[in-house]
Write a protein that binds this ligand. Structure first.
Ligand SMILES: [Zn+2]
Length: 111
């Protein structure tokens, strides 16, 4: 599953996604590329009732998660009940259609 690339500062270990030219913590310039690994912990979420065209759902839960290796990302939470701190399984799936084409993004499922 090729998803997103995050960047870990070689000096202080801060993980950034998306990347920046300089580390936000120590100003370092050397990064290693990493991918999200492990379960995703739900940090915060919001429910969006008014969805744009191309999304065939009533309401959608958008969450921000942190993976076990520190990568943070946003995606669609597909769980019946949601609580902060919940551990979710990540997938990379079509999340909407634009001009007939599937757009991929993170989706998160209750383990
Ligand atoms: Zn740093």
């Amino acid at each position: 599953m090729k998803t997103v690339t995050a960047y870990r500062c070689k000096k202080c270990g801060l993980v950034m996604y998306p990347g920046h030219k300089r580390c936000l913590k120590c100003n370092g310039r050397d990064f290693e590329e990493i991918e999200p690994e492990g379960l995703a912990k739900l940090l915060t979420y919001t429910v969006i009732e008014q969805l744009p065209w191309g999304i065939d759902e009533r309401g959608r839960i958008i969450g921000i998660v942190e993976f076990e290796n520190g990568v943070r990302a946003m995606g669609v939470v597909r769980a019946e009940t949601v609580r902060l701190g919940q551990k979710l399984q990540a997938a990379w799936e079509p999340v909407r259609k634009i001009a007939g084409e599937d757009i991929y993004g993170f989706t998160f499922y209750a383990g």
